[in-house]
Design a protein around this ligand. Structure first.
Ligand SMILES: [Zn+2]
Length: 350
């Protein structure tokens, strides 16, 4: 281990652990102490080109209790799509903004915007349309073909509902593929891997076996977050995933989620978790766990994070936030797990 890594390791230990006489706590890297995180994303919903998302992929996931994120071309959604999307939201799937019309953002390989791209229209009005139709605020953006001008990226930062975006560049060369490491996430440049039959621009090749599973394993091996981008499944869409490969992937995810090794969630939930860990540091003062310091980023991203507490035998293992009991799970003698959003109030432990 080189010195920088060693110091970084010591530093993260010091920030992750805190002690008082009777209690110590730890915020696991991923929810519920999973080893890694993974996101399923299907682009181009509503375009009519990916019927397999609705007819094949989502039923396979729903049967296994798995959730995906669905990228909308909002301007193409019809009444029937909106009512289906309402049901998908109720099942816990996330919706993300994939522009209003999917007009190419720029000439690939240059920073010259394509005529017809307009930030207000493609980003903000798509957002507003989904809000009007579903009462739902999308929080994550994936630009068409993952190509974006610096102006579009800057514009997105001004949109208060947005917490992040899929990594976009001005040229499509696969260099935005990769694994997001837990302690160094740029929420507006979330690396991903796009499914291609032949592995073009992907980190993986078919010779290594099911490429969808290879991407899950890469996260598990690195303790990171892998984000999988796909279009349709078994539907003749652009680089559609064959059904048998998709089923094997879903079965594998189900197994890894059930064993507690993998946290499967939409991008905004994962971004919130990591940002809360990073920007909302906790401190234990006596029997009270609280925010060490509040700040703008903590306010913006804060969500419930997992906190594992080891408490002394003389304490009862009762947790109270704002005078209300906070549910906990006993993991072992004296070890409890809670989901705690620190900006909602201090946690009292007795
Ligand atoms: Zn697309």
């Amino acid at each position: 281990m080189n010195l920088n890594l060693y110091l970084g390791f010591l530093f993260s230990l010091c920030t992750a652990l805190s002690y008082s006489a009777n209690i110590n706590f730890e915020v696991p890297t991923w929810r519920n102490g999973a080893k890694a995180a993974h996101t399923i994303a299907h682009d181009d919903y509503c375009s009519g080109s990916v019927p397999g998302v609705e007819n094949t992929a989502l039923p396979i996931l729903n049967e296994r209790g798995l959730t995906a994120s669905i990228g909308l071309i909002a301007g193409a959604c019809k009444d029937d799509d909106w009512s289906k999307l309402k049901k998908h939201l109720a099942k816990g799937h996330e919706l993300f903004n994939h522009s209003l019309t999917h007009v190419g953002m720029l000439e690939a390989g240059s920073l010259k915007p394509i005529a017809g791209w307009n930030n207000e229209k493609e980003i903000a009005s798509a957002h507003q349309l989904v809000k009007d139709k579903l009462g739902y605020a999308m929080q994550f953006m994936a630009y068409p073909s993952d190509l974006a001008t610096p102006e579009a990226k800057a514009y997105l930062l001004t949109q208060s509902d947005y917490l992040g975006a899929r990594a976009a560049k001005h040229i499509y060369d696969g260099s935005n593929a990769g694994i997001n490491s837990a302690n160094n996430i740029d929420p507006f440049f979330i690396k991903n891997d796009v499914y291609w039959h032949d592995g073009k621009w992907s980190l993986y090749k078919p010779a290594g076996g099911n490429m969808l599973i290879q991407h899950v394993n890469a996260a598990l091996e690195n303790g990171g977050w892998s984000y999988r981008t796909m279009h349709g499944v078994a539907d003749g869409s652009w680089e559609a995933v064959p059904k048998d490969e998709y089923i094997a992937y879903a079965d594998y995810l189900q197994k890894k989620v059930a064993s507690g090794e993998l946290w499967l969630a939409g991008p905004s939930e994962i971004i919130r978790y990591q940002a809360t860990r990073e920007h909302c540091p906790l401190v234990l003062i006596g029997n009270t766990l609280k925010l060490k310091q509040n700040n703008e980023l903590c306010q913006r991203y804060s969500s419930a994070i997992t906190v594992d507490l080891h408490i002394a035998n003389e304490l009862a293992g009762r947790f109270t936030q704002n005078h209300k009991p906070l549910p906990s799970k006993q993991l072992a003698n004296g070890k409890y797990r809670i989901q705690f959003n620190p900006i909602l109030g201090d946690l009292y432990i007795n």
